[in-house]
Write a protein that binds this ligand. Sequence first.
Ligand SMILES: Cc1cc2nc3c(=O)[nH]c(=O)nc-3n(C[C@H](O)[C@H](O)[C@H](O)COP(=O)(O)OP(=O)(O)OC[C@H]3O[C@@H](n4cnc5c(N)ncnc54)[C@H](O)[C@@H]3O)c2cc1C
Length: 438
Amino acid sequence: MRLLPSVLSAPARIVIIAAFGTMERTLARRRALVIGGSVGGLFSAHLLRATGWDVAVYERAAGDLGDRGTGIGTREELFAVMRRIGLPAGISLGIDVAGRIGLDRDGGVLHDMPVRAVNSAWSRIWRPLQQALPDACHAGGKTLSRVEPQADGVIAVFDDGTRAEGDLLVGADGLHSTVRAQFLPGLVPGYAGYVAWRGVVEATELPPELHGLLLHRMVFGFPDGELMLSIPMPAPRGEAGRACHFVWFRPATEEALAGLCTDQSGRRHGVSIPPPLIRPELIATLKHDAGALLAPQLAALVNGTAQIILQPIFDLESPRIAFGRVALVGDAAFVARPHVASGVMKAAIDAESLADALAGSDVPAALEQYNRERQPYGAALVARDRHIGAYFAAREGDPRRRSETLMREYGAAGLVRDRPIEARAVPDASSAMPGATH
Ligand SMILES: Cc1cc2nc3c(=O)[nH]c(=O)nc-3n(C[C@H](O)[C@H](O)[C@H](O)COP(=O)(O)OP(=O)(O)OC[C@H]3O[C@@H](n4cnc5c(N)ncnc54)[C@H](O)[C@@H]3O)c2cc1C
């Protein structure tokens, strides 16, 4: 006040006082509490720090997350966010894939498409993000139990009884988000009616004559009402070279899923099961079915996998992703089925959109803007994934045309009406795919 010249008119003083008030708030760095230290949390942490926020990431797991996940498809939009953070991006994070091959049951080529891609691994995105974040910004072994919104701030309460206070809380706590459950009670992920049987196969476990196909091309198989994919990925554990992983989508009723998630002692594990506890007879049946239903090249993958993984497919659409000073990003906000292969990219762009919105206005207004921008995109992605899931499960129509359409539109290179799905625009959920039912 002392600095204001007395000759100023009243309206001018009001403007200057308002400006000084804004500056004081800016000088006292705003503090963001980020719940979850996976890709969504780390993208948020970096992008908020870059726009002047003080950031603390709280992750439930005490140890390193780098062994998680398998291969992922990438898109240029993901790399653009990596570059913005100052991290390497592009082909250096993965391997190039030369095209897509569709095989019939006998191993003959149904379709051959020159759709190129860069495939990476989840850990190759997560690890550089983690290494570039100062240790002081990260706390492992911290499980959020609830959020306490305040008039001008927000408090995170952890299950060890500790509390943290901030101006903003980012819920990046994944599929079973505690933050989402508090603000959208009753909204739970929906089971899609099918599971993914998955596995990683190292090059040494594959017959050499299959290397050219399986380590360099995405390969599709089309058992009736099912979809099998083999996807090249960088070798696991960070060494040079290639491996591949397969994902075989197969229908299972909810009752059947409960059976799949029951171990040999009869213990039920709910809707997931640790891979070593999958009953041996289920794995024997899967291998038998692979021989009966898949091309021999693809059956070799199921038989060559050291550890089969069972992943039931869920999705979830949130009507809102911002609540006052609380925002949801990544899988906490929306869970799409994996057919658009965009989960990591979406987490990155959610974080970018959030940080950009917060650079311009106060927290609740910025979060409203974030909700307006990202909620429709998440909803469209979920709808698009449901459409693809319904399309491969549907049995009517010409199978050759169906398999060709699936190969053209599946995954990170997926096209909607011959245009790539735009990651920061709202895509039209309908598509060129004929005959799919939602
Ligand atoms: C079969 C399959 C294939 C996929 N393929 C691709 C692909 O090709 N490309 C792609 O981009 N994406 C793919 N995805 C999706 C991708 O893996 C996810 O979208 C992505 O990991 C989401 O990141 P996130 O940070 O939002 O959540 P998550 O990775 O789920 O992380 C959430 C974090 O929050 C922590 N947490 C949870 N609760 C709490 C709590 N209460 N307190 C503190 N911490 C907590 C968890 O420990 C975890 O570390 C695939 C997914 C599946 C299932």
